[in-house]
Design a protein around this ligand. Structure first.
Ligand code: SF4
Length: 230
């Protein structure tokens, strides 16, 4: 009974071993590229790395853990890769077609602002850095939204049809936001918060301004922001 089927079973077995070995081999290549990127800050083959890391997400997370890295390291490298892939396209988009989404968890606990149809109406009271950030970004020509959740992002995208987004937030929010933007063909750059939580979080404002200034001629940059030009 087994005789005629034996070559087929053997072939399936060999193919399975070949596929599994190839996946593990790719995983190790990705791991080496990732460690190199993390150490040097220089990303090699970003398109291959991003596709591979997302396609083999389960395996890559396991390998990361095996080598003593956290899940957050995995997410950070995904965000960095996505930013580096979007960098050039973002540069080319005029600032009036860009928006910035700032999470409202950055505000002070004593924030006097109220929520309205398009997010928090910041009074620039000086109790947190959101007011200053909003002022800087609007001076550059950005539309800025201080939002309590992703439903606002979807609504503002429908309303204003931006071509590019800067999204600020915690690691998971930024990763998911970048994926969502990819799906709707919007160029997105993510900036991960320096401290997480639900209240009084801290944004990486230097990074926000560096990204915000991409593609903006130096003559259009207010003096107080010139220090963020590369
Ligand atoms: S600067 Fe704006 S967001 Fe920050 S506490 Fe004041 S009103 Fe609220």
């Amino acid at each position: 009974m087994v005789g005629p089927y034996l070559p087929v079973v053997t072939l399936i077995g060999e193919l399975t071993i070949l596929i599994i070995s190839s996946i593990i081999f790719c995983g190790f290549i990705l791991l080496i590229l990732t460690f190199y990127s993390m150490k040097s800050g220089n990303i090699l083959f970003p398109r291959f790395m991003r596709a591979g890391l997302l396609f083999l997400e389960g395996l890559m997370r396991a390998l990361f853990r095996l080598f003593g890295f956290e899940d957050s390291d995995f997410l950070k490298i995904i965000v960095t890769l996505q930013n580096s892939l979007n960098w050039k396209a973002f540069l080319a988009i005029p600032v009036h077609d860009r928006v910035v989404f700032i999470p409202h968890c950055l505000r002070s606990n004593s924030c006097p602002a109220h929520l309205h149809d398009e997010g928090l109406k910041c009074r620039e009271c000086g109790l947190c850095r959101v007011g200053e950030g909003k002022r800087f970004l609007e001076a550059l020509g950005y539309r800025v939204f201080i939002i309590p959740g992703s439903s606002f992002i979807k609504r503002m995208i429908k309303r204003y049809h931006p071509k590019a987004i800067i999204g600020i937030g915690c690691l998971m929010e930024v990763k998911e936001g970048l994926e969502m933007a990819n799906q709707v063909d919007i160029i997105a750059m993510g900036v991960v918060n320096l401290s997480d939580g639900c209240v009084e979080t801290t944004a990486d404002w230097d990074q926000v301004y560096k990204i915000a200034l991409l593609g903006i001629p130096a003559k259009n940059v207010p003096d107080e922001m010139k220090k963020y030009l590369d």
